[in-house]
Design a protein around this ligand. Structure first.
Ligand SMILES: Nc1nc2c(c(=O)[nH]1)N[C@H]1C(S)=C(S)[C@@H](COP(=O)(O)OP(=O)(O)OC[C@H]3O[C@@H](n4cnc5c(=O)[nH]c(N)nc54)[C@H](O)[C@@H]3O)O[C@H]1N2
Ligand SMILES: Nc1nc2c(c(=O)[nH]1)N[C@H]1C(S)=C(S)[C@@H](COP(=O)(O)OP(=O)(O)OC[C@H]3O[C@@H](n4cnc5c(=O)[nH]c(N)nc54)[C@H](O)[C@@H]3O)O[C@H]1N2
Ligand code: SF4
Ligand SMILES: [Mo]
Length: 696
């Protein structure tokens, strides 16, 4: 019998981080299990991580490069694929300038260092990611306010946790896996949950605030109101370290009395008062906030107001509060990505850069500006694109427009595991390696203070890890890269004194924890203080103080539209089995959740003659999508909660049913609906109607 070899590595079926022991037999991974020594996951793995063997060895997975011909997809060599892409890109660059090439990724996939280096060296300022409305938007707002991202410090046992629009037990996002939260909660922390839906955590919370979707910025200002009126703030910190406190207090007193906050947010004044008191008087207390707070016009203002709460209560960079974790000492992503190689005159051409200044500061383009440029040729046309690990036809706002725009590009290359609806629009398909097939210093883009050794376990077909694809494509474009993927990792690790081989053996590195760092150096903002009054926003002619802006498409702002579309659609509910548009073809996962689910209140169901399990149409001014109704009395009857990310891999090429249950057929990406400095798309709050599908 052939022996089973065990290899220690790190998962990345979501944003990644969980430690894995992969069991290999006969050159194939036969199963994975949790690594008990992982500082991130302590032996736990979720359903998506456990199902990696079904993904990696899926019969539909594409294992070699392909080109599209009149007869359909045809296998080609890596040389032909990369030469074709490089040839096209050179042509476009010569004729239209590098800015006419769009490169795009989706959510954090642990290759952003290579993605940005490739883009910068190519000379295109037009890089789209999910960062305009996810995570990077939070980092950007935090940078302008307090200089760095303040992550909740579960390791030092917060006594009060505010779970603000986040569901970490299912989503395990960014800095923390659900298990870290659960550990702190089990030790007796008080729990405040702010969520329009009564889920697992809301049911266990000491206080549950059922907020109207999209109004979190107003609620945060309501918390401030209580903290100011009852003098629950840390007077010493405020006096020494907050810039613009008096102006802020005036704003809060004048514009956010609790009766107005109740009217905006639907949360009773008493409950706001109780929650603000609990947060402000329990020390230490941490806020863990999630992506729904970012996917509206209030994206930047919410994060700024939330950072304000951490600062005013003295919980900023305090153990068990919200802390600035120390980096682990490797080279940073910005160093790796060679920022300076993007010439300033190219930077200035960034689409939307004049309008979305905060996004421009992070060198990302809100995708709407890219679609506009392709479809209208204004301010200049985009001609070619390379999309890596993203399925925008399903994952971006206003899917119909995305589809039209990508179809209109002269040339598109896509790297993925499968032929998704987006990949079907490409001219060249590149087969990417999964996390089982890559060497990387993982998690180096996160703010949790760790880097982790992800080591290659197997090779499958002709798939290459994306890092290698960027390198080899880059070299063909005349860019400076290292000879091998591992050589680049050696350079990343160099300041730590470890080689890649040594790092692999060690497993991970952690920055030495240190708190209250501001006492020595202040905060990394222009005034060295926490800027509740932002000098940066002021310089851009924007409101320097946080505020709540009514959602442009809500029953309040558009009563006319609400006559036909009376419900608030809260789209993007995550489930433990899927990752956005991924995993619909994985048998173990699809079996658990075979259909797209939309949750409605029983009263709403009754009004429309809908019963549990019925297929229903959801419709907005932009389009419609079909999902299956599930009754839930834990949501407000005025709100509808729908899953996103649905396409049907089982419906064959080329469209795979991308427009049947894709909730982004309904979402809006108009400039009026977006955050004015970040360009965050409004995915979570819009108006819709519902009806039973009569043809089912
Ligand atoms: N299984 C799985 N995990 C994932 C993902 C996935 O698709 N599937 N996606 C990953 C990505 S890219 C991200 S960004 C993260 C996101 O992860 P989270 O930040 O946890 O986001 P969600 O699970 O979408 O929403 C969290 C909670 O916010 C509530 N909510 C909805 N709208 C609002 C609102 O307006 N205000 C407030 N206060 N609460 C609201 C929802 O009901 C939900 O309970 O998850 C990551 N992890
Ligand atoms: N309506 C609505 N829409 C949303 C959201 C919402 O809440 N509501 N959430 C938004 C958020 S927060 C985000 S971050 C975006 C995410 O948007 P995307 O990142 O575009 O979505 P995914 O479906 O995760 O990724 C697309 C593809 O990446 C492939 N992939 C996975 N790993 C790799 C890899 O290592 N290499 C390569 N080459 N391919 C890989 C998968 O097979 C999948 O086909 O979606 C957004 N869309
Ligand atoms: S939470 Fe993410 S990193 Fe952890 S096992 Fe699941 S998919 Fe993998
Ligand atoms: Mo995200």
């Amino acid at each position: 019998m052939e022996e089973v070899k065990k290899v220690r590595t790190v998962c990345r079926s979501c944003h990644g981080g969980c430690g894995v022991i992969a069991h290999v037999k006969g050159g194939k991974v036969i199963k994975v299990e949790g690594d008990p020594d992982s500082p991130i996951s302590h032996g736990s793995l979720c359903s998506k991580g456990l199902a990696i063997t079904q993904l990696a060895y899926h019969p539909d997975r594409i294992l070699y490069p392909m080109k599209k011909t009149v007869k359909g997809w045809e296998r080609i060599s890596w040389d032909e694929a990369l030469d074709t892409i490089a040839g096209k890109f050179k042509e476009v660059k010569e004729q239209f300038g590098a800015e006419a090439i769009l490169i795009g990724q989706g959510t954090g996939r642990d290759f952003e260092s290579h993605f940005s280096r490739f883009g910068n060296m190519l000379g295109t300022p037009n890089m789209i990611t999910a960062g305009h409305m996810c995570y990077l938007s939070r980092i950007a707002a935090a940078l302008t306010t307090c200089g760095r991202h303040p992550a909740i410090d579960y390791g030092n046992n917060p006594k009060c946790i505010v779970m603000w629009g986040c569901n970490p037990l299912w989503t395990n996002p960014d800095e923390y896996k659900g298990v870290s939260f659960w550990g702190a909660y089990q030790k007796g922390a008080k729990l405040i949950v702010i969520d329009p839906r009564k889920g697992f955590l809301a049911k266990r919370a000491d206080l549950w605030l059922q907020v109207r979707p999209g109004t979190d910025a107003a609620l945060a200002m309501g918390f401030h109101n209580v903290i100011i009126e009852e003098e629950l703030y840390d007077a010493e910190f405020v006096a020494q370290y907050i810039h613009g406190w008096d102006a802020f207090v005036e704003r809060v007193r004048k514009d956010y009395p609790l009766n107005r906050v109740e009217e905006i947010t639907w949360v009773k004044q008493d409950l706001i008062r109780k929650a603000a008191r609990l947060y402000a008087t329990t020390k230490p207390a941490g806020i863990h906030w999630g992506v729904p707070t970012e996917q509206t016009i209030n994206c930047t203002d919410f994060t700024r107001a939330a950072v304000g709460l951490m600062a005013a209560t003295g919980n900023l960079d305090a153990p068990g509060g919200n802390v600035f974790h120390q980096p682990p000492g490797t080279r940073s992503i910005s160093e790796f990505s060679s920022h300076r190689s993007l010439p300033n005159e190219q930077r200035l051409k960034q689409l939307g850069g004049e309008q979305y200044k905060l996004a421009a500061r992070m060198t990302i383009v809100t995708p709407k500006c890219a679609w506009d440029a392709i479809l209208t040729g204004e301010p200049y046309p985009l001609k070619a694109g390379y999309l890596v690990g993203t399925n925008p036809v399903v994952s971006r706002g206003n899917a119909r427009e995305v589809y039209e725009a990508l179809s209109k590009l002269d040339f598109l290359a896509v790297s993925d595991f499968f032929l998704t609806p987006t990949a079907e629009l490409a001219d060249i398909f590149l087969p990417a390696g999964t996390w089982l097939e890559q060497n990387h210093v993982a998690d180096n883009w996160k703010f949790h203070g760790y880097v982790l050794a992800r080591q290659k376990v197997v090779e499958i077909g002709e798939c290459w890890q994306d890092h290698k694809i960027f390198m080899e494509l880059g070299k063909r474009m005349g860019q400076q890269w290292w000879d091998t993927v591992e050589d680049a990792l050696e350079w990343l690790l160099e300041p730590t004194g470890l080689t890649w081989e040594e790092f692999k053996k060690k497993g991970y590195l952690r920055g030495e924890p240190k708190f209250y760092k501001y006492k020595e150096k202040g905060f990394s903002t222009p005034t060295r203080k926490v800027e509740l009054y932002s000098t940066i926003l002021e310089g851009w002619g924007r409101d320097p103080l946080p505020k709540y802006t009514e959602i442009p498409e809500s029953p309040v702002s558009r009563p006319d539209l609400a006559e036909k579309f009376p419900y608030i659609l809260n789209s993007g509910f995550r489930t433990p089995t899927f990752f956005h548009s991924a995993n619909r073809q994985i048998p173990w996962l699809r079996e658990i959740r075979p259909d797209p689910i939309v949750e409605i209140h029983p009263e709403t169901a009754m009004k429309h003659g809908i019963q549990e399990g019925d297929w229903v149409w959801l419709e907005s001014p932009r389009g419609r999508a079909k999902e299956r109704a599930k009754l839930n009395d834990g949501i407000d009857p005025r709100v509808i909660v729908a899953e996103h990310g649905w396409w049907y891999p089982e419906i064959k090429s080329p469209d795979h049913g991308w427009d049947i249950s894709n909730i982004n057929m309904l979402t809006d990406n108009s400039h009026e609906s977006m955050d004015p400095v970040m360009g965050a798309t409004s995915l979570r709050v819009l108006l819709c109607n519902i009806s039973r599908c009569e043809d089912e």
